[in-house]
Design a binder for this molecule. Structure first.
Ligand code: PEP
Length: 249
């Protein structure tokens, strides 16, 4: 039985003052929500603040990216070991905003996934098709290609206890949510694809839906078969919205 997981992706938002208010509100309102795992992935500089405020709660925290190398002359990068030092449980890898704007390749994402696992951090690996891919009927092909970059290098053991986020690119930040049926179909395709290559891992991998989830659509989307929770962008920046989504899950 997979526990539901709701993760807030704060993206490049926040300040020490805003974060304190938001994190303290989450602790006050969500610490009693025991039936679902909850986490926030925030900008690197605020990991220390998250650790200080969330450590005594059941809310986990993590980052939105990680370096492909262990350390050394990689200006501007942050290693998995550093994330671990600040108590990170999760790290998002392969978010479409990074693939597009920072030219991350499938191979880069596979390395980030593997290095996170080696350091005991759970990668949240994002996959999803563009609008053009959906409209031209190659949605499954596009997702399979993204998945195979991980499945072919990681092996079943590395996949165990990891998280995949299905995030159709056209639904992120757009208010265009995938329909419950589109979400169900994509999630079941992803699980079947994993099962075909690594039957042992398929049942333990949690598959989150992300893309314009809000308090009004959360309960329908997150209760679809094969949906194990959500990756939440904009609504994770509002304590009330995020709380309502977590409770809906
Ligand atoms: C995201 O960026 O991962 C996301 C799902 O954003 P939003 O919820 O704002 O669409």
């Amino acid at each position: 039985m997979r526990r539901k997981l709701v993760v807030g992706n704060w993206k490049m938002n926040g300040s020490l003052d805003q974060n304190r208010l938001l994190l303290e509100a989450l602790v006050r309102h969500l610490d009693e929500v025991k039936q679902v795992d909850i986490a926030v992935c925030l900008p690197y500089p605020y990991l220390f603040q998250a650790q200080a405020i969330l450590a005594a709660s059941d809310i986990a925290w993590g980052a939105q990216n990680v370096a492909t190398h262990e350390g050394g002359a990689y200006t501007g990068e942050v290693s998995a070991a550093m994330l671990k030092e600040f108590g990170s449980t999760y790290v998002i890898v392969g978010h479409s905003e990074r693939n597009g704007a920072y030219c991350e390749s499938d191979a880069d994402v596979a390395s980030k996934f593997a290095i996170a696992k080696q350091h005991g951090i759970t990668p949240i690996f994002c996959v999803g098709e563009t609008l053009q891919e959906r409209e031209s009927g190659v949605m499954e092909y596009a997702i399979a290609n993204q998945l195979d970059a991980i499945l072919s290098v990681s092996g079943g053991a590395l996949l165990d206890q990891t998280v995949i986020a299905y995030e159709p690119v056209w639904a992120i930040g757009t208010n265009k949510t995938a329909t419950p049926e589109q979400v169900r179909a994509a999630h079941s395709f992803i699980r079947e694809r994993i099962a075909a290559l690594h039957p042992g891992a398929a049942e333990s991998v949690r598959i989150l839906y992300g893309g314009s989830v809000n308090p009004r659509n959360a309960s329908q989307l997150l209760s679809m078969p094969d949906v194990d929770g959500g990756l939440i962008g904009r609504c994770a920046l509002d304590a009330d919205d995020f709380e309502r989504i977590c409770r809906a899950a």
